[in-house]
Design a protein around this ligand. Structure first.
Ligand code: NAD
Ligand code: AHE
Ligand code: ZN
Length: 391
């Protein structure tokens, strides 16, 4: 297959689908072109579905360009490499990283101004290919997907497009992981768990003894709770509008649960009352801008820090009284938990293999690719954490 187009099955999002009673994507044969310069073609072995994919399929992500090949959480095996690729080879196991990471120290490759020189280490938000991944195209030009009947070209999504059996990504997005990595667990390290763990450890830097509030108890919220417990937070208040989410939150380490629907008045006031003045750290993992405001406002005067993790619908904006910030609260956010893409997934896989955390509790369902719409149904209904999609 090297150097030749591959025909395979893929999910395709043809148009925004906001009606949750209808399938989110269609399954069909597509053609995947060989990798161009500095690109890698990957056989995707397993994928998972994230809250962000629901937004994109519903047309609420301004960087999802229809028609596109969806998906951004996966693990697979390098099938072939394009000219100039030096950091992975055919047969390597990889986690495709939507948060790409350039070669800041390699002067032979052209460099990214966000990652080099005195700026090195300031951010994980590498800028090398970000403009292209946001536009749904490849840096070397065009797209690598087309309908099998030779019809339309299909856009890439987040630089990943892993709901296809084969995909093409930039070398900067190919996170090599060790040869003994279990690929069926690895997709959770592509987004959900690094985001939650890193929000706590890298972005907020929660200390032992802290009081925290976590809004949204999906996979991301639960991984925030897990990390808060690990660093020794003594009170973990778990908030969700779906009471079915509380049993797991408590099992994960939450000390209190709150359902905003059971209270009159702003939820921030309830939490301020429960904590005698507010929490040291709050995390928003729902994607609702109203919840983002509540999370900021339940942070303690003088030092409380609130981390936006959820992705809001395109065009939505946050607001609060500036007084909330004048009086010492900090409002910040996190992408991929602040981990640098390729280094991050390799390190997290090592940590997993060393037994530092578990992945299985976050996997509630398994489906074959042909049933991917069932994975959408489960997540839309709040019935699943991560569903492994067998590609
Ligand atoms: P999920 O759908 O499994 O979880 C969302 C949870 O929020 C659900 O339990 C839902 O019941 C709850 N919820 C919804 N509205 C609420 C409200 N008004 N108040 C309280 N709870 C509410 O999704 P997920 O995969 O865990 O992702 C969570 C969010 O994080 C999404 O917005 C996703 O786009 C975002 N995300 C961000 C990053 C990042 O790098 N910043 C990475 C992954 C996911
Ligand atoms: N495309 C959206 C923004 C989407 C967004 O913020 N994505 C998160 C990751 S969600 C993973 O499930 C992120 O990491 N953002 C930083 C980045 O570089 O994309 C929009 O608003 O246009
Ligand atoms: Zn995700």
């Amino acid at each position: 297959t090297v150097g030749k187009p591959i025909e395979c099955f893929s999910a395709v999002a043809w148009k925004p689908e906001t009606d949750f009673s209808k399938p989110a994507v269609s399954l069909e044969k597509i053609i995947v072109a060989p990798p161009a310069e500095n690109e890698v073609r990957i056989r995707i072995d397993y994928s998972t579905l994230c809250g962000t994919d629901l937004q994109a399929a519903a047309g609420k992500d301004n960087e999802a360009h229809f028609p596109f090949v969806p998906g951004h959480e996966s693990a697979g095996t390098v099938e072939s490499i394009g000219p100039g690729v030096t950091t992975v080879k055919p047969g390597d196991k990889v986690i495709p990283c939507y948060q790409a990471q350039c070669f800041a120290d390699d002067l032979s490759k052209d460099q990214c101004p966000r990652c080099r020189g005195y700026r090195k280490g300031k951010t994980n938000l590498c800028g090398k290919v970000r403009g292209f991944t946001g536009a749904g195209v490849m840096r070397a030009g065009g797209v690598r997907f087309q309908g099998a009947e030779g019809q339309q070209e299909l856009h890439h999504f987040m630089g990943i497009s892993c709901f296809s059996q084969y995909t093409v990504i930039h070398e900067e997005s190919a996170g090599k992981i060790r040869d003994d990595s279990p690929l069926s667990k690895a997709p959770l390290l592509a987004c959900a768990l690094p985001t939650g763990f890193g929000a706590v450890m890298n972005t907020a830097k929660v200390e032992a003894g802290s009081i925290v509030a976590v809004f949204g108890l999906g996979t991301v919220g639960l991984s925030i709770i897990e990390a808060c417990k690990r660093v020794g937070a003594t009170r973990i208040i778990a908030i969700d509008t779906n009471p079915e989410k509380f049993e797991r939150a408590l099992a994960w380490g939450a000390t209190d649960t709150v359902n905003p629907k059971e209270h009159d008045g702003p939820i921030q006031d309830i939490i301020i009352k429960m904590t005698n003045g507010g929490v040291d750290y709050s995390f928003e993992a729902t994607g609702s801008v109203d919840v983002m405001r509540a999370a900021l406002e339940c942070a303690h005067i003088g030092w409380g820090k609130s981390v936006v993790v959820g992705v809001a619908a395109g065009g939505a904006e946050i607001s609060t009284r500036p007084f909330q910030l004048v009086t010492g609260r900090t409002w910040t956010g996190t992408a991929f938990g602040g981990f640098r893409g390729r280094e991050g997934v390799a390190q997290l896989m090592d940590d997993y293999m060393d037994g530092k955390f578990d992945i299985d509790p976050y996997i509630t369902h398994n489906v074959p690719l042909r049933d991917i719409n069932e994975a959408f149904r489960l997540l839309r209904a709040g019935e699943s954490l991560r569903t492994i999609i067998w590609m």
